[in-house]
Design a protein around this ligand. Structure first.
Ligand SMILES: NC(=O)C1=CN([C@@H]2O[C@H](COP(=O)(O)OP(=O)(O)OC[C@H]3O[C@@H](n4cnc5c(N)ncnc54)[C@H](O)[C@@H]3O)[C@@H](O)[C@H]2O)C=CC1
Ligand SMILES: O=C(O)C(=O)COP(=O)(O)O
Length: 333
C-alpha cells in the first residue's frame, strides 16, 4: 500500500521509534526518512493510498484531495484534524486521530495544576522567594488545600472526562458544565451537572476549562462568568486561549481577585511585556500540557497500531468524527 508522511520532518524520530519505523516500512510502501509538510512536496501523490499525518501539516483542502484520487485513509498521530477538508469523509476517506492518546498528558498536567493551585503552591513559592523567610502555612494560606473544595469542569470532553476520573481519588466535589452532556453521563462520572456557566462559576473554587474552540465557545468564559467566580478562585486553562475574555481576566488578576494557571493564551505567544507574563497570581506555561518529549512516542505507537488495523482490513480503534472545520454542532435546544 503506497503511503507517505505528511508532518514536520524534524519530529519524525521523536514520534516514531526504531520499532515503529521498521514496522511501518514493513507493512507499507513508505519512505520513513522522507516527510513533507505540504502535498506539493510529496512524490507520486496520485498513487498514495494512505497518509500518515502529524503536527505541521499544511491544510488538505478539496483541491489537494483532488490530487489524491487513490487516497483511502488518513492516520493522524496528532489531536485536532482541522487541517483536513470536510470533503474527505464524503469521499469515503477513513480518518483516525490520536486525540484520545493526546488527552492523557493534558489530564495529568491539569490534575497537577489543580493540586498545586489548591495548595497555593505557585503563589507561596513566589512569596517565599521574594521574602526569603518562612511564613507559617496556617498564616500564609489558611484556606489552602484540596480537601472539600469544589472543582468546576467545563466540558466532558476527552480531556475533561479524564480529569474528572483522576479527581475521583480526592476528597473534592466536582461540578460539570457541558450543554451536550446528559444526566446519565454525569451520573456515570459521579459529578453534578449544572445548567449554566454562571452557576458553575459561583460554586467553584477552581474552574478548569476543557471545551474545544468553536464559534460557540469563543469568549464563553466571559466578563460575567469571571465576575461570578468566588474571591480567590483559580481559573485553569489548558484548552484554548480564545475561550476566555482575556482582557476581563487581566482586569480581575490585576485587582488580585482571581488567580490563573494558563497553558494557552490568545494568541498562543503573547506580545513582549504582556501583563500575563508578570502578574504574581498567574502561572503561565508555554502550551506544554499535551504530548511532549517521550510522550510523543505514545502518539507514534497509537498511529502505528491504527495503520496495522487498516492494512489488516479492520476498523480504526480511534476514528475521527466526520466533520473537521466545526467539530461541535449547535447545542441541543
Ligand atoms: N494544552 C494542550 O497542550 C492541549 C490542548 N488541547 C485542547 O483541549 C481542548 C479539549 O480537547 P478534547 O478533550 O480533545 O476535546 P473534545 O474534542 O473531546 O471535546 C468535545 C467535547 O467538548 C464538549 N463541549 C463542546 N462544546 C462545549 C461547550 N460549549 N461547553 C462545554 N463543553 C462543550 C462536548 O461534550 C464535546 O463532546 C481543545 O481545545 C484542545 O485543542 C488538546 C490537546 C493538548
Ligand atoms: O491541541 C493542542 O493544544 C495540542 O497541543 C495538540 O495539538 P493538535 O490538537 O494535535 O493540533
Amino acid at each position: 500500500m503506497k503511503a507517505a508522511l505528511l508532518m514536520d520532518p524534524t519530529l519524525v524520530p521523536f514520534v516514531f521509534g526504531e520499532q515503529e519505523a521498521l514496522r511501518l516500512a514493513e507493512i507499507l510502501d513508505i519512505d520513513m526518512t522522507d516527510a513533507a509538510t505540504c502535498l506539493d512536496e510529496l512524490r507520486d501523490a496520485a498513487h498514495l493510498e494512505l497518509l500518515l499525518t502529524g503536527w505541521g501539516v499544511v491544510r488538505l483542502g478539496a483541491e489537494q484531495l483532488d490530487a489524491l484520487p487513490a487516497l483511502r485513509a488518513v492516520v493522524h498521530w496528532g489531536g485536532g484534524i482541522g487541517f483536513l477538508d470536510e470533503a474527505a469523509s464524503a469521499r469515503g476517506i477513513r480518518v483516525s486521530t490520536a486525540r484520545a492518546a493526546n488527552a492523557i498528558p493534558v489530564a495529568e498536567f491539569t490534575q497537577a495544576m489543580i493540586t498545586l493551585a489548591a495548595k497555593d503552591a505557585f503563589w507561596l513559592s513566589r512569596r517565599y522567594g521574594a521574602e526569603q523567610r518562612f511564613v507559617p502555612r496556617e498564616v500564609a494560606a489558611p484556606r489552602a488545600g484540596l480537601y472539600r473544595t469544589t472543582i468546576g469542569i467545563v466540558g466532558a470532553s476527552a480531556i475533561g472526562t479524564l480529569v474528572i476520573e483522576k479527581l475521583a481519588a480526592s476528597d473534592v466535589s466536582v461540578l460539570l458544565y457541558d450543554p451536550y452532556a446528559t444526566p446519565a453521563t454525569a451520573a456515570a462520572l459521579g459529578v453534578e451537572l449544572v445548567d449554566g456557566l454562571g452557576e458553575l462559576a459561583r460554586r467553584s473554587d477552581i474552574l478548569s476549562i476543557h471545551a474545544p474552540e468553536t464559534s460557540a465557545t469563543i469568549g464563553m468564559i466571559s466578563r460575567d462568568v469571571l465576575a461570578a467566580l468566588r474571591d480567590g478562585a483559580t481559573v485553569i486553562n489548558t484548552a484554548r486561549g480564545a475561550l476566555i475574555d482575556q482582557d476581563a481576566l487581566v482586569t480581575e488578576l490585576r485587582a488580585g481577585r482571581l488567580r490563573a494557571v494558563l497553558d494557552v493564551t490568545e494568541p498562543d505567544v503573547l506580545e513582549p511585556g504582556h501583563p500575563l507574563y508578570s502578574l504574581p497570581n498567574v502561572f503561565l506555561t508555554p502550551h506544554l500540557a499535551g504530548s511532549m518529549g517521550v510522550e510523543l512516542r505514545r502518539l507514534g505507537e497509537a498511529a502505528t497500531a491504527e495503520v496495522e488495523r487498516f492494512v489488516a482490513g479492520e476498523p480504526f480503534a480511534h476514528p475521527a468524527p466526520p466533520t473537521t472545520s466545526s467539530p461541535t454542532p449547535a447545542p441541543p435546544s
